[in-house]
Design a protein around this ligand. Structure first.
Ligand code: ATP
Ligand code: MG
Length: 394
């Protein structure tokens, strides 16, 4: 039985469960299915239950993609426009979600599962589903019709750096350099375009942090799950319906400073909180790190300047603070073409410095195009100097 054929039954089940206070238990779902009048054998009942649960609490027709270990993103633009990324770029699926109204209802239900509301008064949502999946959704009139849903699957465990080397995200020769960056408590920014693996690489690098250090992570939605025994995760909160209770990233960075962190980690620099991070890293907090959206490592200074401008900082102030806050930029790219062989990879390790005209610049120390041999750049000697005589760097 497909979900569509089961629709009348589901409607009855949903109606019954709506009378239950709080999230229904499995037994209540079984009762509701049986009370819907359907007579089913035990296998069919189990199947029906899985469907009902997916429909009521999960992502419905989309659940099977979320359960697929290869899928990283599920994107819904409309009822018959569902795309998935299995690591080879976006692929269109043949899923049919019904009508625009069904897509809207799915978005509302997912938002509710993430503890958020999505309606005319609040037509955009950024939430985490109970299984950790990151949800973003907008409904009409922000989008043309129904809803646009973007789901990002959370991996249950961080990749190890060794695994990223095995899959050629990191060229083998660079592993000692990245290990030294972490060991020497060099502050770094992971940059890249959207979905290039910034959070993934950051989590892998944080897993290398000395077990004796205390890591405080600050994020919009919890994504960073490093393999480390001492991680405090702070997550920003949106305002409630009355518009109060918000805790933004800037406030969290300031709070983190009082929590005796050895490492302050900002999941993503995306606004005025860059000012607080720069301040923190200029006041004796070493080994901080963050991710930032930028299409090339060389674009990072302009990006930092633009973000800091939101907090009222001028270019000179950003240059002065950024150069002492961050030592290194680690940049990620994705191969241009989708399909077999498409990959995410570290394309550059670069140094943050000021040029002769005192502008903030990023100088490549190592570069790689993802296939050929990696190259050393002008910043390499200075990077070696900064990382010290550690094992295997030279
Ligand atoms: N080396 C890899 N192997 C397999 N999957 C990967 C790898 N790197 C990243 N991914 C997957 O790709 C997706 C995007 O990665 P990630 O969230 O790290 O990117 P991002 O650059 O932080 O994205 P955003 O711009 O949305 O913050 C994730 O689902 C992640 O699990
Ligand atoms: Mg990210």
């Amino acid at each position: 039985m497909s979900m569509r054929e089961g629709e009348p039954v589901l409607a009855g089940v949903r109606e019954r469960l709506s009378r239950v206070a709080g999230p229904p238990t499995r037994a209540q779902v079984v009762d509701a299915v049986q009370a819907s009048g359907l007579v089913l054998g035990s296998t069919a009942l189990a199947e029906m239950l899985a469907q009902v649960r997916a429909e009521l609490f999960g992502a419905g027709e989309l659940q099977r993609f979320l359960d697929d270990p290869l899928v990283t993103d599920v994107l819904v633009n409309g009822p018959a426009e569902v795309w998935v990324d299995r690591g080879r770029g976006l692929e269109r699926t043949d899923v049919d979600l019904g009508t625009a109204q069904d897509v809207r209802e799915l978005a509302v239900r997912l938002a509710a599962a993430g503890g958020q509301r999505l309606d005319d008064a609040s037509p955009t949502v950024d939430a985490r589903l109970p299984d950790g999946t990151r949800l973003h959704a907008v409904i009409e009139p922000v989008c043309a019709s129904g809803a646009v849903i973007s789901l990002r699957v959370l991996r249950a465990r961080a990749f190890t750096v060794a695994e990223l080397v095995e899959t050629w995200m990191i060229p083998p020769g660079w592993e000692p350099v990245l290990r030294a960056v972490v060991r020497e408590r060099v502050s770094f920014l992971v940059s890249g375009a959207t979905g290039t693996g910034k959070t993934t690489l950051l989590a892998a690098l944080l897993s290398l942090v000395d077990r004796g250090e205390r890591i405080v992570t600050i994020e919009e939605a919890r994504e960073l799950v490093p393999d480390h025994p001492h991680v405090v995760s702070l997550v920003a909160r949106r305002p409630n319906v009355e518009g109060s209770g918000a805790v933004d990233l800037s406030a969290l960075v300031r709070n983190a400073l009082r929590m005796r962190p050895d490492r302050i980690v900002l999941g993503e620099c995306r606004g005025a909180e860059v000012r607080d991070v720069l301040t923190a890293l200029n006041t004796g907090h070493e080994g901080g790190c963050a991710t930032v959206h930028a299409n090339a490592a060389g674009d990072v200074p302009a990006r930092l300047e633009a973000l800091a401008a939101l907090a009222g900082m001028d270019r000179e102030a950003v240059a002065a603070q950024a150069v002492s806050a961050f030592d290194v930029v680690i940049h990620l790219r994705r191969t241009r073409h989708a399909g077999e062989g498409a990959r995410r990879f570290v394309s550059e390790v670069a140094l943050v410095r000021r040029d002769e005209r005192d502008r903030l610049v990023v100088t490549p120390a190592l570069t790689w195009n993802g296939v050929g041999a990696p190259q050393e750049g002008g910043g390499w000697p200075a990077l070696v100097e900064r990382l010290g005589p550690g094992e295997g760097v030279r």
